[in-house]
Design a binder for this molecule. Structure first.
Ligand SMILES: C[S@@+](CC[C@H](N)C(=O)[O-])C[C@H]1O[C@@H](n2cnc3c(N)ncnc32)[C@H](O)[C@@H]1O
Length: 236
């Protein structure tokens, strides 16, 4: 609470703050899988977003979101909807859509069920907890171009992907699907640590598969591409 007994703007952690920075000034936001609605509340209170809609498929989270929205006096700017993904959110004409803290497959599914996001004016800010490679592949195959990316370190390294519909399909290498072409080009400590953690994951997977007499061609290829990226980084 501030000195006028009004609740303070929610303090965003680094992951949410990084995603917030990709939302454009004057946005009408749609925050999918909002849970507490901290991100859209902070965006409205800072003036970056004019308003919009928050959705969640579960009643507990959407009730929590509604309470928080009311507590901040934003009920005239943010509407809370109990719905699957973006179903029904189109009527609020969102310009910037945030889908954070869910699996990459689930995020891809949510976008695929909302054909109306194939609109060059709409920006998607996405943060997959797992399977970033499935999400990037979906975007690349379906005409969404990745316009920016970031790696954020908190308890682990999170990937944030910013995409806009361009109608062009894109070819990515395996490593680009997993870690992002823009992230790889930028390099840095977070990228290096992410690559090192994947080297450990891949060693275990390869040992498991090959120990069981199975082929691990994709894992070996990703391992090779990771070494190449790391070697290039060292010679930069
Ligand atoms: C881990 S929380 C993430 C909350 C917030 N977006 C964040 O990143 O801090 C995931 C939320 O997504 C919601 N969710 C899962 N599947 C969904 C779907 N298909 N449509 C809308 N919400 C969904 C869950 O109910 C949950 O509240």
């Amino acid at each position: 609470m501030n000195k006028n007994n009004e609740p303070c703007a929610p303090r965003l952690d680094k992951r949410l703050a990084c995603a917030a920075n990709f939302v454009r000034e004057g946005a009408t936001v749609a925050d999918v899988g909002t849970d507490h609605a901290y991100l859209p509340i902070a965006l409205c209170l800072s003036g970056r977003a004019v308003g919009g809609v928050v959705t969640d498929i579960n009643k507990g989270p959407i009730d929590r979101a509604s309470e928080n929205i009311k507590a901040h006096g934003l009920e005239h700017r943010l509407c809370a909807m109990l719905t699957d993904g973006l179903c029904g959110a189109e009527k609020y004409l969102p310009t910037d859509i945030t889908v954070l803290g869910m699996g990459g497959e689930l995020i891809a599914g949510i976008i695929s069920r909302a054909e109306w996001t194939k609109d060059r004016r709409i920006r998607l800010c996405l943060q997959p907890m797992t399977h970033a490679e499935i999400l990037r592949k979906y975007l690349a195959d379906n005409g969404y171009s990745i316009v920016d990316e970031a790696l954020v370190r908190e308890d682990k390294i999170y990937q944030i992907i910013v995409a806009e519909y361009s109608g062009r399909t894109e070819e990515y290498t395996l490593a680009e699907l997993y870690f992002g072409r823009i992230n790889i080009d930028r390099g840095g400590v977070e990228l290096n640590d992410l690559l090192c953690s994947w080297e450990r994951i891949l060693s275990v997977r390869i040992a498991g598969k090959e120990g069981a007499g199975e082929r691990a061609d994709e894992e070996r290829e990703l391992q090779r591409q990771i070494s190449e990226i790391k070697n290039k980084g060292e010679t930069k």
